[in-house]
Design a protein around this ligand. Structure first.
Ligand SMILES: NC(=O)c1ccc[n+]([C@@H]2O[C@H](COP(=O)([O-])OP(=O)(O)OC[C@H]3O[C@@H](n4cnc5c(N)ncnc54)[C@H](OP(=O)(O)O)[C@@H]3O)[C@@H](O)[C@H]2O)c1
Length: 320
């Protein structure tokens, strides 16, 4: 019999990539607010992300629970959106903890999403899991840090003596799925708008979707690993280098740069926040490397070339 894995919030970009990857060896159950009978990779079960219900039975006798639920942060941080971003993460994590307590045979491991954005804006030090946490006025990231720390606090507070817990501090995942940054950046590059953003010195931490899935599979198997783990490729690059490499991979000889003031105006029209672009995220996978995880895509050029040529995953793939 196949081992069972539950992915809460598994209908989105990362959830569908993971479901596709894990369904080769496991039975995958996705918890979603809008279950569909025709789920391509596994079975969908309804929940509301807030209250206990029949869905909780799905956690019995599973090898892993992976929680990816949360409203997208790619929006304007209005009071309403702030509440949705925070509540969707806190409520889903809290109710999963409550469901776990009621399990006769709870999951062996619970991997809960967090974010690499939790670390302090930095141009110099590369942060592994011991890196500094905190907001800076320059990065305008006070709200994101508040969300990330509250999210991890609720996860840490959940009492699950029979279940190993891992908080996933995930960097920007590069893939083809809906909500991935890759198709958005590629469109900008092809329109000639792929120059550096701001002064281009800010670091971008990233991970290829295949390595994201492989790292999750590896963490499920490694019974000695618990606590916080950074999911990021070992070589973050500056924004200037990212954009230059992207242009080269796409065969685009030029790209108009965007000054900070242009980004501020553009963000209003695109209904997003400049923090997502301006904050310098220099995050490295200290624990994954120390414990012997081998990245398939450790350099950004390798990752971008793979994705530009189609990539391995098919979940949610956008047309080239
Ligand atoms: N993508 C990245 O690069 C990245 C990087 C770092 C961290 N993360 C984190 O990883 C998680 C998954 O990311 P993603 O890119 O896969 O996001 P996504 O495509 O937006 O998917 C998020 C999932 O959350 C569920 N959801 C949304 N609002 C919810 C609510 N109010 N209550 C319960 N569930 C809700 C949605 O499921 P239904 O609508 O089907 O219920 C959806 O499947 C997120 O928490 C994100 O913050 C992502």
């Amino acid at each position: 019999m196949k081992q069972k894995i539950v992915i809460a919030g598994g209908s989105g970009f990362l959830g569908q990539a993971l479901a596709e990857y894990l369904a080769k060896e496991c039975e995958v159950v996705v918890l979603t607010r809008h279950p569909s009978p025709s789920c391509p990779h596994g079975r969908e079960v309804g929940w509301d992300g807030r209250t206990l219900g029949d869905w909780a039975k799905e956690l019995e006798n599973t090898v892993a629970l992976i929680n990816l639920a949360g409203v997208s942060v790619d929006c304007r941080y209005t009071a309403k959106n702030r509440r949705l971003i925070m509540d969707s993460r806190i409520d889903s994590t809290r109710v999963l903890g409550e469901a776990m307590v009621r399990c006769l045979q709870p999951p062996k491991v619970w991997l809960n999403s967090s974010t690499a954005t939790i670390y302090k804006h930095t141009y110099s030090a590369a942060w592994d899991e011991t890196g500094e946490i905190g907001a800076t006025a320059e990065a305008k990231d006070a709200y994101s840090i508040e969300v990330a720390t509250a999210w991890e606090r609720v996860f840490n507070e959940a009492k699950t003596p029979r279940t190993r817990k891992v908080a996933l501090r995930t960097a920007m995942v590069m893939g083809h799925g809906r909500n991935s940054v890759f198709p958005v950046m590629r469109r900008m590059i092809r329109l000639g708008l792929g120059g550096q953003m701001g002064d281009g010195r800010q670091y971008m931490s990233w991970i290829h979707e295949v390595d994201f899935c492989r790292a999750i599979e590896w963490l499920i198997a490694r019974e000695e690993v618990s606590g916080v783990v950074n999911l990021a490729a070992p070589n973050p690059v500056t924004n200037a280098e990212m954009m230059r490499t992207f242009r080269e991979v796409c065969g685009m000889p030029f790209g108009l740069p965007a000054a900070k003031w242009m980004l501020e105006i553009g963000a209003v029209f695109l209904r997003t926040e400049t923090e997502l672009i301006i904050k310098s995220r220099r995050v490295v996978p200290g624990r994954l490397l120390r414990e012997g995880f081998q990245f398939k895509f450790s350099e950004v050029r390798m990752a971008l070339e793979d994705l530009e040529h189609g990539g391995e995953m098919s979940a949610g793939k956008m047309p080239a």
